[in-house]
Ligand binder design. Sequence first.
Ligand SMILES: N[C@@H](CCC(=O)N[C@@H](CS)C(=O)NCC(=O)O)C(=O)O
Length: 169
Amino acid sequence: MIFDVGPLQSPGYPRHSAQALHFARLSGRGLVAEPVSNRAPGLGGGMETPMSEVTLYGFPRSVYVQMAGIVLTHHEVAYAFYDLETEMNTPAHLALHPFERVPILRHGDFTLYETGAIVGYVDEVFGSCRLTPSEPQLRARMNQWISAVNGYYYPYLIYHVSHERNVFP
Ligand SMILES: N[C@@H](CCC(=O)N[C@@H](CS)C(=O)NCC(=O)O)C(=O)O
């Protein structure tokens, strides 16, 4: 995949530091070279007027967005996908997520961010066959893995290895 980082590589940015991509992203600019639509098929409105009761906001390449999508799909929730790629770090994005990340879930007038919170909510609200174990030790193990991915694996795999090799080689 080719990333268009052109003018983002200002010397003022921490090119090789963790989360370099996050700091280097310019307002309103996507990272992918090819233009992407921010309207899922069938979605006519903007972010303020989602047609579906459940809307997942994010960009398709995001593993966190994919996690939320997998859990929605597992529970056969009909949801709209809103591609935020070209609107990352804009005021509209900031209004949905104060840390300017994805995914974000909207269910009716309820808006939620953080993947763990989203999948837990979806599992509880829509799950006939729950993914969350009822047995405390199994549930604790699940939460341990979620925390480990967020705290240890993701920052190194994505911000260090992947971004530094693919985005800022
Ligand atoms: N703790 C957040 C992490 C989400 C996250 O880091 N998402 C990445 C995409 S996989 C993102 O929004 N990156 C945007 C950026 O770094 O500018 C969660 O669990 O949802």
